[in-house]
Structure formats: structure tokens, C-alpha cells
Write a protein that binds this ligand. Structure first.
Ligand code: PMT
Length: 398
């Protein structure tokens, strides 16, 4: 899998005949798993329409600094922060001069100044313009500021001249964009995560459930995605948005969660069971609302399938990690589950403390595996998830 998987690329397109190749470039970046937002200058729109780039990138195209509707959806500062790489391709002589001077009189040049991510340009212009002392001086300025210059290539030009100035081909540019990034801990890995509670129906209006908010599982999904993995999140009912780049499968009860997981387990490298799955369900889900005719009532419960044990016992088994939510003897109960469920690692979570565990923004856990006991102190769930994913990637590799 590509190092561009889940990377955020802002592609700036400026006015020049090579702008038509930007459409192909978007496709090459997308097929490597990158998420692409396109920003076009006014001149670029004379050569290729925003609609084409919108269809190919799957995102609205950004064209104006003063468009209040577009700014409300994703403002230029937000876009600058979102980017892992800002690539201007093609970059015209005029636009490169603008960048060298630090002008900010349109959306793309403003974004360039506001963006602290990696930056690259793919110049495209007539060979005489490229050889001009002013252009060469501008390129020196940009290189000194750490901008990566991709190309240009030599060859026949649209104007009939032959020489240096052609934009590099889209595939070459996508290769070079990929080379800007180091490998990440889970590059190429497929991760399956369960999160949230399950709901076990008593009748059409009542169910048995628990206090899981999904925050821990969703944070893990985001962290795995940031670490380069393709992530599927099988989620019980929660009120959280799906992290960008993650595929979410919504389920309600334990049996549905079991089915969704087992369908995918053969295509999984790392499974993390973070969901608080109900161990039991009512033996019968009554079809009509139960009337309160008696002072007491009894509900017979039957065992739900143990999802993580089934994953760990699968023929083509992923590296399998569980959580253990405990209120006492946390480490010894967690170790017991690690062995009984045949897991590779387990994350012991003391849920007796209301400040951590269920529905809190913070958590504090102990990572356990054969010969490993690592306490991770109290921190925000997103930060903890990033740390856990890093540690689990190490455990998988060793
Ligand atoms: O969602 P949050 O509000 O952020 O809270 C996070 C959390 C407290 C839910 C989470 O950190 C956590 O501890 N999740 C596991 C909760 C749990 O059900 O633990 P358990 O000890 O009962 O189960 C052990 C393991 O078996 C877990 O990985 C669980 O997903 C799995 N299991 C349990 C029962 C079952 N039928 N199938 C399972 O796969």
C-alpha cells in the first residue's frame, strides 16, 4: 500500500496549458489512497473546469478567498492546517514569482503563506521563460525556503518550442509526492476496530445496553488511519462522527457486530475489540411493547457470541487485541482474559474511576502481552490512542 494512503494533499492548479494534466494527477493521487482538495486560480479555470476536478477529487473545489459559503464549509486556514502536502501543479512563472515575493492576493497564494506543511511546486512554462534570470532567481528563493521543486522536464512544448519547461507527467508527480513522506507504523496494514455499546432488544422500545460512548474506539480508528492503515470501524450506536478516511459499519446488537466482524476478519491484519459488547441478550425480543401488568417481571437472558474469541480462533487470524473493562483486580482479571480468549495483547481499563473509561474524555490503561506490562498514565483518549497504536505496531512487528 502507498505511503500516500490517508495523506491529505492540497493540489493548487495555476493557469497554463498543463492544467489539463492536473485531472490525471488527481486520479493518480487518489488511487494511492490520498485525500485531495483542489484549489484553482482564476487563470487555471480558463483551461479546465472546477467541476471536472470536483468529480475526480470527490471534494468541492476551492476557487475564491472571498466566497463566504466556501469559507464557512472549510475556511482557507482550516484547509492550510488540513494539508500534509501543498503541491502546486502546474506552477506558472507568474505564480512562482508571486510565491517568491510572498504575495497573498488570491486564495492559493494566501493558502501558501498560511500553510506550514510540506510544500512542492511542479513548474510548467515556455522554455525561454524557465531560462529567464528572474524565474531562476525566484526558484532559488523558493528552494532556500525548503520548497521541493519537481521538474520541469525537457521536450516538445505546446507552443512548438523544444526545451526545459514541460510539467512532469502525473504518474511521475504522484511518485515524487509519495517520496515526500516517511513510512508510517501501519502503512499497508488493514485494521478492524469495534467501538461503542451494543443494544439488546427487550421489546420494540426497550433494550439492555451500557455506558460506552465510542470515544476510545473512535480515537483508535483515527490514530490507526493516521498511522497509514486502512481502517474499518464496526460501531454500535453512538453520537460521534466517523473519523475522516475511516470506513464505518453501523450495527446495533452483539449478533450484528459479530456478523460484521466475521465477514471481514480474513482481510484483517490487526483487530482491536474496544466495544463494550453485551454478554447476554433477552432470550426473546417481544414483537409488541410489553405492558406493565405485574409488580415484577423476569427476563430470561442467553449468552451472546464472544466476538473477540471467535476472531482469535479464526483460521486466518489477525493480531488480536482486546480491552478488559474491570472494576477490581484489574491486572489479574485482564491477564486471565488475555489467556482465556487467546489474545496477542489486552488493554486493562479500570472503569471503577469515573474520570476514565466509560464516556470520559480521558483514560488511563495498562497494556499487557506475553512478557509485557506497560502502564500508560492518564491522558486524553486521542493521545492515548496514538500511543497505543504505536506500541501495538511494535508488538506486531516483533
Ligand atoms: O466507549 P468509551 O466511552 O470511550 O469507553 C471505552 C471503554 C471503557 C468501553 C473501553 O476502553 C473498554 O474497556 N472496552 C471493553 C469493554 C468490555 O466489554 O470489556 P470486557 O472485559 O467485558 O470484554 C473483554 C473483551 O472482549 C473486549 O475486547 C470486548 O470487546 C470483547 N468482547 C466481550 C464480549 C463479547 N460478547 N464479545 C467480545 O468481543
Amino acid at each position: 500500500m502507498s505511503r500516500l494512503n490517508n495523506r491529505h494533499i492540497v493540489l493548487g492548479i495555476t493557469g497554463g496549458i498543463a492544467a489539463y494534466k492536473a485531472a490525471e494527477l488527481v486520479r493518480r493521487l487518489k488511487e494511492r489512497g490520498a485525500q485531495v482538495h483542489v484549489v484553482m486560480t482564476a487563470a487555471a479555470q480558463e483551461f479546465i473546469t472546477p467541476l471536472t476536478l470536483q468529480a475526480l477529487s470527490g471534494n468541492p473545489v476551492h476557487t475564491s478567498l472571498l466566497d463566504s459559503e466556501a469559507e464557512a464549509a472549510m475556511g482557507h486556514i482550516e484547509l492550510a492546517r488540513w494539508a500534509d502536502l501543498l503541491l502546486v501543479a502546474p506552477a506558472s512563472a507568474d505564480f512562482l514569482a508571486k510565491l517568491a515575493q510572498g504575495q497573498a492576493d488570491d486564495l492559493l497564494s494566501t493558502l501558501w503563506l498560511a500553510c506550514q506543511a510540506k510544500k512542492a511546486v511542479a513548474p510548467a512554462m515556455n522554455q525561454a521563460m524557465w531560462a529567464d534570470a528572474a524565474t531562476l532567481a525566484n526558484m532559488d528563493v523558493l528552494r532556500q525556503r525548503g520548497v521541493t521543486v519537481l521538474g520541469p522536464a525537457a521536450g516538445e512544448q505546446a507552443c512548438g518550442d523544444v526545451g526545459l519547461g514541460r510539467m512532469l507527467e502525473p504518474t511521475e508527480l504522484a511518485d515524487l509526492a509519495e517520496a515526500q513522506f516517511q513510512g508510517r507504523a501501519l502503512d499497508g496494514k488493514r485494521v478492524l476496530i469495534t467501538a461503542g455499546p451494543t443494544r439488546e432488544a427487550i421489546d420494540p422500545v426497550r433494550y439492555i445496553s451500557n455506558h460506552s460512548s465510542g470515544k476510545m474506539g473512535y480515537a483508535l480508528a483515527r490514530a490507526a488511519c493516521d498511522a497509514g492503515a486502512s481502517v474499518v470501524l464496526v460501531s454500535g450506536p453512538v453520537a460521534l462522527p466517523c473519523p475522516e478516511g475511516v470506513e464505518r459499519v453501523d450495527v446495533s446488537c452483539a449478533q450484528e457486530m459479530y456478523d460484521a466482524v466475521m465477514q471481514r476478519v480474513a482481510r484483517t491484519d490487526l483487530f482491536i475489540g474496544c466495544a463494550a459488547v453485551a454478554d447476554y441478550r433477552p432470550a426473546q425480543a417481544v414483537e409488541q411493547k410489553i405492558k406493565k401488568n405485574a409488580e415484577t417481571m423476569q427476563i430470561e437472558l442467553v449468552r451472546n457470541p464472544d466476538i473477540i474469541s471467535a476472531v482469535a480462533g479464526a483460521e486466518k487470524r489477525p493480531f488480536t487485541v482486546g480491552f478488559a473493562a474491570e472494576t477490581q483486580d484489574v491486572i489479574s482479571y485482564a491477564r486471565g482474559k488475555l489467556e482465556r480468549k487467546n489474545l496477542d495483547a489486552i488493554i486493562a481499563n479500570d472503569v471503577s474511576d469515573a474520570g476514565i473509561g466509560f464516556n470520559s474524555d480521558q483514560n488511563e490503561v495498562v497494556l499487557l502481552a506475553a512478557g509485557l506490562e506497560q502502564a500508560l498514565p492518564r491522558m486524553g483518549k486521542q493521545q492515548l490512542a496514538t500511543t497505543l497504536i504505536d506500541r501495538l505496531a511494535h508488538c506486531m512487528a516483533s
